[in-house]
Write a protein of this length. Structure first.
Ligand code: NDP
Length: 715
């Protein structure tokens, strides 16, 4: 701001009582009216900028830069103004291809990133990874015929698009006169056939694009997570895409080699206080949280007990104390997001195979070198923190990483084995059939005489390995009954592969929880923390509360139909505890009919005593349980009994409760069970009440819309 000496308002100056001029007085003396207006404008703009993403809950496109050390932030000043027009962005960045992604859990996003790297590695095609929420959907009409658009989009819930695809969704479903004659596109959808409306989002989007005149370059690819084949489905479609690039569009294959999009530099000079040592700060999780203000808490485990234990699996009831965090609150039906840690032996194995053990505690600074790439990890940090807490190093290996690893193989035999496994899906499946393979185990398995893979750049690992994400558990306690303690119900699987107990597939979070429980039982036992720096006190974990719409009706007198299988009983246990408490307080509570399915009554009937206690307390008139045990040896071994069978038997009561008494239906457990239940309900309404399919569909949709039919289903 220029201070105009000639036009200063001398009358505004005020001498200090000492008779000399303070700095403020001198500035004040020199201010003009224009200066005051200028200052006001700067103040307003600054407040607007700083509050962006806070006051109005808008995502901040530079949010990831919060995780960089201040000296790395200079790049903010060099960033061009962001356009929301995708065609302009493609032109600015000189990219031939745009890969749009719409992702709820991050899988579609990571497949999009893989495709971007592969088209570059194999064809030298420069592509732009585009979060659908970052662009105006209408600007797709401006994409010229010289470019290729790829859509990778997941479907979740009742056939809904991911949140970040909402704008595209409303554009394709509402616009009529769009002309997309120049658009050449390829599309891949991610879905799960256990749910209704399998891959509906990609079907609707591509149907609309075709209707607008766009040209599909190949058939739409679809992944089915119910078969556990998402990555293989994607690779099969990617092969078709690459075939089309060669035969139809005339691209020539070339092996461009690894082109880093970020730099990772060991840097001893950083301030130790700035180093991220493992406290969760995943920028994407924060972005998803309301206003990006995800707050992760260190919670002590205060109680851990086994609900059952068997050779193949056990089930844990775990309670965490919230009393040290006055601001941390939960509501009955919410989820607890648990941030797991990688087991120390897996961290050591991978660091050893990479030859990085001696650098594990040296600070590392990470910076983006390619504009438009989002930083997935906090910086500065250490290898201990990255491998122990931030990177998902225990996830199963997928075949698509193998071709990119070949260039770093330490010997000819490792190179040849990698080349064979990467090009032959059957050989890869066979290879995986008797072992659980993560990156560390693969490198160990393929190395000759324990040779380490020292030429794999750290930047490569940071690009390819996905960040460790929290795992969600339905809270099994009631916020009314125990507001300062939160409990979860976790199933720990010890299922061996091919009968060999050494070859287990350990669930990362559940094994971590089992370790915490063991620590609680034996407080003196050595901690298995991966890092030299303790980031958590003993038997504490990092967690946050994830809000869920799975909620009881405000009026406790409303009757409930509750359907659960296995650990799906968790939130329903909380509902029943709440109703019981209200009953004890002489408040009117509605009737509850619980259908519960498990493998066997002897071992796996979770919270049996508690349920029976609730029944005694509420009385048979207010609470009934119907059970279905699928592997009960006393029952028919051929035909399994599932909760749906009990629902069929009690359909008359259910229909009366839901249709005549304003009752609510709650379903919790596997997606397969929820789907089976929907099918039985449809059949019963048709057989017993002569409803047409349309009438049932319309009624079920309305019940869900009005939140009188709620589901909390996984898998
Ligand atoms: P189980 O695998 O033990 O299954 C529970 C019962 O459901 C068994 O009797 C099983 O029979 C039966 N079942 C299997 N297929 C069907 C079907 N199509 N229709 C009806 N019943 C069926 O359950 P888990 O506890 O291991 O897993 C339950 C599911 O609930 C998981 O998907 C989990 O992610 C989810 N969930 C877990 C929550 C938690 O907080 N822990 C909360 C919400 C959901 P059989 O195996 O003999 O065929």
């Amino acid at each position: 701001m220029a201070i105009d000496m000639a036009s200063k308002y001398h009358s505004l100056h005020l001498p200090t009582h000492h008779g000399d001029w303070s700095l403020w007085d001198r500035i004040y003396d020199q201010l003009t009216l224009d200066d005051c207006v200028g200052l006001l404008v700067i103040l307003v703009v600054t407040i607007a900028y700083l509050s962006h993403g806070y006051l109005w809950d808008k995502p901040d496109p530079y949010h990831h830069l919060w995780f960089e050390k201040p000296q790395a932030r200079s790049m903010v000043n060099n960033l061009p103004a962001q356009t929301r027009n995708i065609a302009t962005k493609l032109e600015e960045r000189k990219k031939e291809m745009v890969i749009f992604w719409g992702s709820q859990s991050g899988t579609a996003e990571s497949l999009a990133a893989r495709l971007s790297r592969e088209v570059n590695r194999r064809f030298g095609i420069e592509s732009l990874l585009a979060d659908l929420s970052d662009y105006d959907a209408a600007s797709i009409t401006d994409i010229p015929v010289t470019k290729i658009a790829v859509f990778i989009l997941s479907t979740y819930g009742e056939g809904d698009p991911p949140d970040n695809a909402n704008e595209l969704w409303s554009w394709v479903t509402t616009q009529k006169d769009v002309k997309l004659n120049d658009l050449r596109y390829a599309a891949f959808g991610l879905g799960n056939s256990n749910y209704n409306a399998f891959n509906r989002a990609i079907d609707i989007v591509t149907k609309s694009l075709d209707g607008f005149g766009a040209r599909a370059l190949l058939p739409v690819g679809k992944a089915d997570d119910a078969k556990g084949s998402t990555v293989e489905d994607f690779l099969a479609w990617q092969d078709e895409l690459f075939g089309m690039l060669k035969t139809t569009l005339g691209y020539r294959e070339q092996n461009v080699g690894y082109q880093p999009t970020l730099s990772a530099v060991y840097n001893d000079s950083v301030n130790p206080a700035d180093i991220h040592r493992g406290i969760p700060v995943d920028p994407r999780e924060r972005k998803k949280a309301r206003g990006g203000r995800l707050k992760v808490y260190a919670l002590p485990l205060t109680e851990g007990r086994e609900l059952f234990s068997g050779s193949e699996r056990s089930c844990l009831h775990l309670e965490f104390d919230l009393s040290q965090h006055a601001r941390l609150k939960y509501k009955t039906g919410d989820h607890l997001a648990v941030w797991p840690q990688n087991p120390v032996q897996e961290v050591n194995r991978l660091l050893h195979m990479l030859g990085l053990q001696s650098q594990r505690s040296v600070p590392v600074s990470i910076a983006i070198t390619e504009p438009g790439i989002e930083l997935k990890y906090p910086t500065p940090t250490t290898l201990d923190a990255l491998f122990g807490y931030y990177m998902d190093i225990c996830g199963p290996m997928s075949r698509d990483l193998l071709p990119s690893l070949i260039q770093f193989a330490p010997s000819e035999s490792s190179e040849a084995r990698l080349a064979q496994l990467s090009s032959d899906p059957a050989a890869w499946t066979e290879y995986l059939s008797d072992k659980h393979i993560n990156l560390g185990r693969l490198l160990e398995d393929l190395s000759e005489d324990g040779q380490s893979w020292t030429s794999i750049p750290l930047s490569f690992l940071l690009e390819y390995i996905p960040p460790l994400k929290p795992r969600y558990f339905s809270i099994s306690s009631s916020a009314v009954v125990q507001p300062r303690r939160v409990s979860i119900t976790a199933l720990v699987s010890h299922t061996p592969i091919n009968g060999n107990i050494q070859n287990q597939i350990p669930g990362l979070a559940t094994t971590y929880l089992a370790r915490l429980k063991a620590q609680l039982a034996a407080p003196g036992a050595a901690s298995d923390t991966t890092s030299a720096v303790q980031i958590l006190p003993p038997h504490h974990l990092h967690a946050h509360i994830q809000r869920s719409p799975f909620k009881l009706p405000a009026n406790a007198a409303v009757p409930l139909i509750l359907v659960a299988s296995g650990t799906g009983i968790a939130p329903l246990r909380a509902f029943l505890a709440e109703r019981s408490r209200l009953h004890r307080m002489d408040r009117p509570v509605g009737r509850c009919l619980l259908f519960y399915g498990a493998r066997s009554a002897q071992n796996e009937w979770l919270y049996r005593e508690e349920m029976e206690e609730v029944r005694r307390e509420l009385g048979q008139g207010l609470f009934e349980i119907e059970t279905a045990f699928s592997r009960d040896p006393a029952k028919d071994p051929v035909r399994k009994c599932y909760v749906q069978d009990r629902v069929r038997e009690r359909f008359g009561d259910i229909a009366t409760t839901l249709l005549n008494e304003g009752g609510y239906l709650y379903v919790c457990g596997s997606a397969r069970m929820a789907r089976g239940l929907g099918k039985i309900m449809d059949e019963c309404f048709a057989e017993k009440m002569a409803w047409s399919k349309e009438r049932y569909t319309e009624w079920a949709a309305r019940m869900k819309r009005e939140r009188k039919w709620q589901e909390d289903v996984w898998g």
